[in-house]
Design a protein around this ligand. Structure first.
Ligand SMILES: C[S@@+](CC[C@H](N)C(=O)[O-])C[C@H]1O[C@@H](n2cnc3c(N)ncnc32)[C@H](O)[C@@H]1O
Length: 458
């Protein structure tokens, strides 16, 4: 007979938007539940891992604010059951309190102006009989998605058109087990500022140029409304979308985005802020501090394709970027050196998380002979943070000004608390929400080097 369930009520929603309950001293998180919801659950793990796996039945939950039919199953959104304004407070409240308590700073909090139809890019996986987004907690399973409310309306219409063609041609999707079919992903990119659009089809490299691909190409040229269409090829078992050797079927291999009044060409395989409109407050703030402090040198750490160097390069005499990805370094070098041909600029590919490469970074930095009091550091690491070596280096550096941008504000706060904050003072904090209905946020902390107080004792 099945064991009786544990019965619990959700007592709060945490900053990651999961509902929390505590049973016999153990706290559990449940996705898509809110305060007051009743949940019945069983522990499924064995031995030491007994409590790690949970099966649940939700007895009562008010989902009246949910607009998407796939909510709860799809791995994308996890907060639609909470009205947007409330979601934003839950995501930001605790951190805002922490900044106030520790540094007497009141962060500026900027909620999303458009909580739906905001993403400029979606990647749909293509499986036999299903095309759409990954199921929550299960990378191998797909939710067959007809419409996605967080992408643009144009992308929704285009996706429907392409999806109907795939449904009518069951031989197209790559079967990851039998290796029949050829199509792995469809990526749709759309710029809200320029209305430029692109669709990228990720195809199994072994089947490059097959008859199915030729038929798809002919059909797209007749029916698709995308301004740019790319076929790109990567070998099995790669599950990376929009990556590999490529062919331009229509238009160009890049599309146009506009941000801070600058028009940028985004290569089909490059990262770009998923919601540039909502990221702009961070850019305006960085620009304001650069104009106020007037530093001469820019260090762009974790620079990607040179996004910040491109936007702010005009304010500096010398621009240096560091980043692991060689293709991004090539893009940054090409764009920055042509945009700012009169300035000194250089971008280097270095793995900033590996101890053995840190001397290479320090040597490169020191060879620049920069005056630290005139140097501005933009730090924009990946979600897992700047890493212990970079944190140590920053903490002990004499660089005067730092703009620390992060898509993981909690991790950023922890790094400032335990390391950077020892020698820098946060002077401004801004949090904005480019990712409504998800637990994510973007935040900016402006830090200034502490003055060394010399204690003369006679
Ligand atoms: C949040 S993105 C920032 C990119 C860029 N600043 C932008 O706005 O487009 C973080 C960057 O860190 C880079 N990165 C990840 N691991 C790294 C490592 N070990 N060493 C150096 N850079 C790394 C990624 O390639 C990525 O470009």
């Amino acid at each position: 007979m099945e064991n009786p369930p544990n019965i619990a009520f959700i007592h709060k929603v945490a900053a990651d938007l999961t509902g929390r309950t505590t049973v016999q001293g153990r706290t559990h998180s449940f996705r898509c539940l809110k305060e007051g919801d009743e949940v019945h659950f069983w522990y499924l793990g064995r031995g030491k891992r007994r409590y790690n796996k949970i099966d649940q039945v939700v007895i009562h939950s008010d989902h009246s604010s949910v607009q998407c039919q796939y909510f709860g199953i799809c791995g994308g959104c996890s907060g639609q059951h909470i009205p947007y304004e409330e979601q934003f407070s839950i995501k930001t409240n605790l951190l805002a309190e922490n900044y106030k308590d520790n540094w007497e700073i009141k962060p500026e909090l900027i909620p999303a102006s458009t909580p739906y139809h905001y993403r400029n890019r979606m990647d749909f996986a293509i499986f036999p009989g299903k095309s759409g987004l990954r199921e929550s907690g299960n990378f191998r399973k797909l939710v067959d998605v007809e419409t996605c409310l967080i992408q643009s309306k144009w992308a929704d219409t285009e996706w429907n058109l392409i999806r109907s063609y795939i449904i009518a041609h069951p031989e197209i999707p790559l079967n990851r087990k039998s290796e029949e079919g050829f199509l792995k992903y469809v990526t749709i990119r759309y710029s809200f500022s320029t209305e430029d659009s692109m669709v990228i089809f990720t195809i199994d490299k072994a089947l490059e140029g097959c008859d199915g691909e030729k038929e798809l190409e002919a059909w797209l040229l007749e029916h698709s409304t995308a301004k740019n269409i790319i076929f790109c090829y990567n070998p099995r078992p790669s599950e990376v979308s929009a990556f590999g050797s490529f062919k331009v079927v229509k238009g160009n291999s890049s599309y146009e985005e506009k941000i801070l009044d600058q028009t940028l060409q985004v290569p089909f395989d490059s990262f770009f802020q998923p919601n540039p409109r909502q990221f702009e407050p961070i850019l305006h703030e960085i620009q304001k501090w650069i104009q106020e402090w007037q530093p001469e040198n820019l260090i762009d750490l974790f620079c990607g394709g040179g996004f910040f160097s491109i936007l702010f390069g005009k304010y500096f005499e010398k621009i240096y970027g560091y980043e692991v990805n060689k293709a991004s370094i090539a893009t940054a070098t090409e764009i920055v050196s042509s945009l700012y041909a009169d300035k000194e600029s250089s971008f280097e590919s270095i793995d900033l998380f590996q101890k053995k490469f840190i001397p290479k970074f320090i040597e490169s930095f020191e060879s620049r002979n920069l005056d630290p009091s005139k140097t501005f550091l933009i730090l924009d690491p990946p979600r897992n943070g700047a890493g212990s070596f970079m944190l140590d280096w920053i903490e002990n550096s004499n660089i005067k000004y730092i703009a620390y941008v992060s898509c993981n504000p909690k991790g950023q706060y922890d790094e400032i608390m335990k390391s950077i904050g020892k020698s820098y003072t946060p002077v401004r904090v801004l949090m904005t929400d480019p990712y409504p209905h998800t637990p994510h946020l973007e935040s900016l902390v402006i830090l200034e080097k502490k003055k060394v107080v010399v204690d003369f004792k006679f």
